[in-house]
Every structure is written in C-alpha cells, then in structure tokens.
Design a binder for this molecule. Structure first.
Ligand SMILES: *[C@@H]1O[C@H](CO)[C@@H](O)[C@H](O)[C@H]1NC(C)=O
Ligand SMILES: *[C@@H]1O[C@H](CO)[C@@H](O)[C@H](O)[C@H]1NC(C)=O
Ligand SMILES: *[C@@H]1O[C@H](CO)[C@@H](O)[C@H](O)[C@H]1NC(C)=O
Ligand SMILES: *[C@@H]1O[C@H](CO)[C@@H](O)[C@H](O)[C@H]1NC(C)=O
Ligand SMILES: *[C@@H]1O[C@H](CO)[C@@H](O)[C@H](O)[C@H]1NC(C)=O
Ligand SMILES: *[C@@H]1O[C@H](CO)[C@@H](O)[C@H](O)[C@H]1NC(C)=O
Ligand SMILES: *[C@@H]1O[C@H](CO)[C@@H](O)[C@H](O)[C@H]1NC(C)=O
Ligand SMILES: *[C@@H]1O[C@H](CO)[C@@H](O)[C@H](O)[C@H]1NC(C)=O
Ligand SMILES: *[C@@H]1O[C@H](CO)[C@@H](O)[C@H](O)[C@H]1NC(C)=O
Length: 479
C-alpha cells in the first residue's frame, strides 16, 4: 500500500438502548395487552384552548438565515383508512431569493378534537419516504401538535426540476366512538446558506483525501416502495409473519461510487410492543391463545439478489395509544412523532450492481407476528467525471444469528432470558475518476431481554438492552 493510504472512520454510531416496562399481563384480555387504549374524558365546553402536545427532540441546527417557506398540503383526515394518500403536485421552490439551500425542514402541524386512536402517518415524495410518525391521541377540548424534521438528505429529490407527487397517508377511522378528525398542514422551509465561508463547504462535504471530497447528500434517490397510483393504501410494503418476503426491483446508473439503503420500519397489530411478546413455549404450556407470541426478538433482514446485505434491529417506539395513553400526553414517547430510519451501507457490493440490469431487494422479519410496514430509499452518489465506474466485493462475513432463549417457568410464573447477537461485515472496492476507494461496512448487534412474569401472571417486567454499532470506512488507495 502506498503512503496515500488514508484510513479513517467516517461514521461510528453506538446506541445503547435500554427499555424497561412493567405491565399487567395474564389474565387481562388480549386486546388490552397489545392493542391500543382510548382515554375517556367528560366532554367539555368550548371555553378551553386546545392543549399543545409535543415530543422531546434534539433541536435542528439551522443557519442564521431567513427560510423560504411553502405550505404544501392542507387536508382533513376523516375516514381515510384504506383510501389513497392525500396528494399534491410538488415543484422545487422557484420564488425564493436563493436557489441554493443548506437546510431543508419539513413541518407537520395538526389539530384534532374528540376521541381517536393513535394512527400511523407516512409522507412520500415521488415514492421516497421522507417522514413516518404516529398521531397524538386527542382530547375532548382539542389538541395541537407540531413536528419538525431535517430532510436535507433528500436534497436532490427536493430540488429536482421535475413536477413530483407528494403523498401523505394517515389511516384514520371515524365512527361514533372514535370521532376525532385530524386537520393537517404540511409545510417545507428552505434555508439559504449563510455568507460563503470555508466552514460552510466543510459542513456539506466529507473529505476522503486531500484531493477529493465525498458529497454529503446523494445525487439520486431511488424509492423501494409501492407504486403510486393506483393504490388505496400507503406506500409501504406490508410484511405478514416471519415467512413473508417482499421484493422490489431497481436499477442504478453506470457511474455510481456510493450506495446507502435507508430503511423505514414500523409495526402494527400484534407486534406493536414486541419486546414484551411471550415465548411460544409459555403460551402453549398454559393453553393461552390470542396472545402475541414468538418471543421478544425481531430482525428485519435485507437481501440483495437473494443474499443478506444487512439488517435492522429496530428501536422500540411506543405509540401514543400503547400501554397507557395518559403516559404520552402532552409529551409523546421517544421518537413516536418522528420514527427513525436505519442506514445500511451497500457500497462494498456495488460491483454486482453496475451492470445496468434490474436487481432485487427483499425484506423479511424474523419472528414477525403480523404486520410490519417497511419501505426504503436507495441513496445513490454519482461520479460526475466518469461515465462508468466498476467495483468488486472483496470479503463478506455474516455471522449466523446467535440466538439463545432460556425459559424457566412453572404455570404462569417464571423468567425468560433472550440473548441474540449478529455481525455483518463487507469489504469491497470501487474504481472512480478520483481513484480506487475501498469501503468497509460493519453492523454489530447485541440484544438482551429479561422478562419476568410474577403474581400468577398478573405482572410482567421486561428489561431489554439493545446495542448497535455501525461503522463505515472508505479509504482512497491513490493508484
Ligand atoms: C412561493 O410560492 C409558493 C407557491 O405559490 C407560495 O406558497 C409561497 O408562499 C411563495 N413563497 C414566497 C417566499 O413568496
Ligand atoms: C404550526 O403550529 C404552530 C403552533 O400552533 C404555529 O406556531 C406555526 O405557525 C404553525 N405553522 C404552520 C406552517 O402552520
Ligand atoms: C393550517 O394552515 C391554515 C392556513 O395558513 C391555518 O389557518 C391553520 O390554522 C393551519 N392549521 C394548523 C393545524 O396548523
Ligand atoms: C432539468 O434538468 C435537466 C438536467 O439538469 C435538464 O437537462 C433539463 O433540461 C431540465 N428541465 C427543465 C424543464 O428545466
Ligand atoms: C351513531 O350515532 C347515531 C345517532 O346517535 C346512530 O343513529 C347511529 O346508528 C350510530 N352509528 C353507529 C355505527 O353506531
Ligand atoms: C392444556 O390443555 C390440555 C389439553 O386440552 C390439558 O391436558 C392441560 O391440562 C391444559 N393445561 C393447562 C395448564 O391448563
Ligand atoms: C475476510 O474476513 C475475515 C474475517 O473478518 C478475515 O479473517 C479474512 O482475512 C478476510 N479476507 C480477506 C481476503 O480480506
Ligand atoms: C428456575 O427457577 C426456579 C424458581 O425461581 C429456581 O429455583 C431454579 O434454580 C431456576 N432454574 C434455572 C435453571 O435457572
Ligand atoms: C450483550 O449485551 C449484554 C447485556 O448488555 C452483555 O452482558 C453481553 O456481554 C453482550 N454480549 C456481547 C457479545 O457483546
């Protein structure tokens, strides 16, 4: 290796997620265990202003400039479940004082009054998901809430000169019992850059070596979701149970030097709070039916042309209707109003994708009980100075799942210890106009879940720790 060999870690992320819940279990009916709860309040007069609900989140770092803002969509979601998403034509802003922006922020504003369950929300631009969230559960006097999300990473899509479709899905059902209609505004704020300085360029690019910089945002975003139209539903793919596999095809241009798959995940019905799902041996030994099972471990497996390329072990998002809705008002559970997405670095496998052919990307969920809502965006970086790049996978190590479940119970009482590890590591090179780049991508997962059932099954305590490490190391080998 020559002296230009410059390894360094560009992204290191360690998440230690600890999750602990205590709740009533057996013999409470199944619907209360994993379903949602509604709160009951006396109807009030109209004298009170609506309550403001919110999520505690890190503030978005904004430049010190005035945003150019557009209200894109104003819509009332009544009986919207199983209907096409609300949609509008989107064009990039043309009447702003600047045509270049350093930060782009999506703003969700909504009001609701009455009674309603927590509903799932998705927003897509040209089929690429930008935002996923749960609604807040309203009160009789009415509520209002605002969510802001930094969507600058979708820059190439947002600034494309084409007319695109912005689709907003909120699957609401209205009847005499759940009567809340969600009144929603979706806006985008475009922040022009501060006066040009050297630090400015530094924040938008990542240096691989002194001669070349990687652009921070992809040049192209390819949606891996359902086609719109015609569609009487949201754009996510629905994965039912553990043997279900959903596949989409895609092709990339010939001059790509980096690919990242961004995966959005959320869960409905029986798996909504999967870290407290019972192991099946406990259910069968106690003749329990109608309870969510398959134990507390879930893994979203992502495959490319039939081979595993990465995985997602999702963070547990507690919806505003789960466990006890009074816990989530006025402050929601962590990330309930802005569900995280998960990045998988595909670059080491780029070599097999550069042949101009269609390729398959597939999702499945280990141990899934119905139903998982999954889609993805393929972020693609193009080599502007080359018509064709090439690449090769050097090495890939995928550890099989190390999954141990230790059940020790008598009747309804006992302890269950689940411990799972997985590691996926790929190395490959890509030849570009600025040299050969070797990329190493690693995902390390470790989960420990201790579930204790006490009081003749009347109390359940779950203590879960999940750690994820993602490392992406590109190095230029000069040439
Ligand atoms: C730009 O045009 C859009 C659409 O006509 C409008 O909503 C927005 O308020 C305008 N923005 C400015 C800064 O004039
Ligand atoms: C959203 O709601 C907040 C709080 O009610 C308000 O301050 C803000 O102006 C609203 N934004 C839009 C774009 O409607
Ligand atoms: C939505 O926008 C309209 C028009 O600006 C405004 O009157 C209304 O209060 C907004 N609603 C919310 C929930 O922000
Ligand atoms: C859009 O951009 C492409 C590539 O930059 C260009 O070839 C095309 O003419 C543009 N179309 C319009 C309508 O501006
Ligand atoms: C809703 O309430 C109205 C009036 O009380 C009643 O006529 C109707 O049958 C109810 N609908 C349902 C689905 O319960
Ligand atoms: C479960 O059902 C089987 C067969 O119906 C019965 O033999 C067994 O005693 C039951 N076990 C419990 C714990 O109720
Ligand atoms: C491939 O990875 C394994 C395990 O990380 C390592 O032992 C081996 O040396 C690697 N082989 C190459 C050719 O890099
Ligand atoms: C199972 O639980 C019982 C009661 O708590 C305990 O006495 C026993 O040692 C446990 N067995 C194992 C293998 O952990
Ligand atoms: C996995 O996490 C558990 C609990 O935090 C810890 O005890 C264990 O050592 C970890 N295992 C690995 C392989 O990192």
């Amino acid at each position: 290796m020559d002296s230009k060999f410059l390894p360094f870690v560009l992204l290191f992320l360690l998440l230690l997620l600890s999750f602990s819940i205590i709740s009533a279990a057996i013999p409470v009916p199944e619907a209360v265990i994993f379903g949602q709860h509604l709160t009951s309040e006396p109807t009030t007069t109209n004298d009170f202003p609506p309550s403001t609900f919110s999520e505690v989140m890190k503030p978005i770092q904004l430049p010190n400039t005035k945003a150019c803002s557009t209200l894109l969509l104003q819509h009332d979601f009544g009986n919207s479940y199983g209907s096409p998403p609300a949609s509008v034509q989107y064009t990039r802003p043309s009447n702003c004082s600047s045509t270049d922006f350093t930060k782009i922020v999506l703003e969700w504003n909504a009001t609701c009054k009455g009674r309603q369950l927590s509903r799932i929300i998705g927003i897509w631009l040209s089929g690429a998901e930008l935002f996923r969230s749960y609604t807040a559960q309203p009160r009789a006097r009415g509520i209002v809430w605002t969510v802001k999300k930094d969507i600058t990473r979708y820059y190439s899509l947002l600034m494309s000169n084409k007319t695109q479709t912005l689709a907003v899905y909120l699957g609401n059902k209205v009847d005499n019992h759940t009567n809340g209609v969600y009144h929603v505004n979706v806006s985008i704020h475009y922040y022009p850059p501060e006066k040009k300085t050297k630090t400015n360029t530094k924040t938008t690019t990542l240096h691989v070596n002194s001669d070349h910089v990687f652009k921070e945002w992809a040049d192209l975003i390819i949606p891996i979701s359902q086609n719109l139209p015609p569609l009487n539903d949201a754009l996510w793919l629905k994965i039912y149970y553990s043997n279900d596999v959903k596949t989409k095809q895609f092709a990339i241009p010939p001059n790509v030097y980096r690919v990242v798959l961004e995966v959005y995940v959320s869960v409905d019905e029986a798996d909504q709070l999967w870290p407290k799902n019972f192991p099946n041996d406990y259910l069968s030994a106690n003749n329990l039916t109608g309870y969510p099972g398959n134990g507390p471990f879930r893994e979203v497996v992502v495959s490319l042309d039939g081979k595993i390329v990465g995985a997602v072990w999702p963070f547990t998002i507690v919806s505003t209707g789960a466990i006890n809705p009074f816990l989530w008002r006025p402050i929601s559970g962590i990330r309930a109003f802005d569900l995280p997405s998960y990045d998988i670095e595909i670059t080491p496998l780029l070599g097999s994708l550069l042949n101009g052919k269609l390729h398959d990307i597939a999702f499945s969920v280990t141990n899934a009980f119905n139903v998982w809502l999954i889609d993805a965006n393929l972020h693609v970086w193009l080599d502007a100075k080359s018509e064709k790049t090439k690449g090769m996978l050097l090495n890939q190590t995928i550890s099989p799942l190390h999954n141990s479940v230790n059940s020790n119970f008598t009747g309804f009482v006992g302890t269950f210890v689940t411990s799972v590890q997985r590691s996926i590591k790929s190395t490959g090179w890509v030849e570009t106009s600025f040299g050969k780049v070797v990329t190493e991508s690693t995902q390390d997962f470790n989960l420990s879940n201790i579930m204790v059932m006490g009081h003749e099954g009347g109390a359940q305590t779950v203590n879960q720790q999940l750690s994820l490490t993602t490392v992406w190391i590109p190095r230029c080998s000069g040439q």
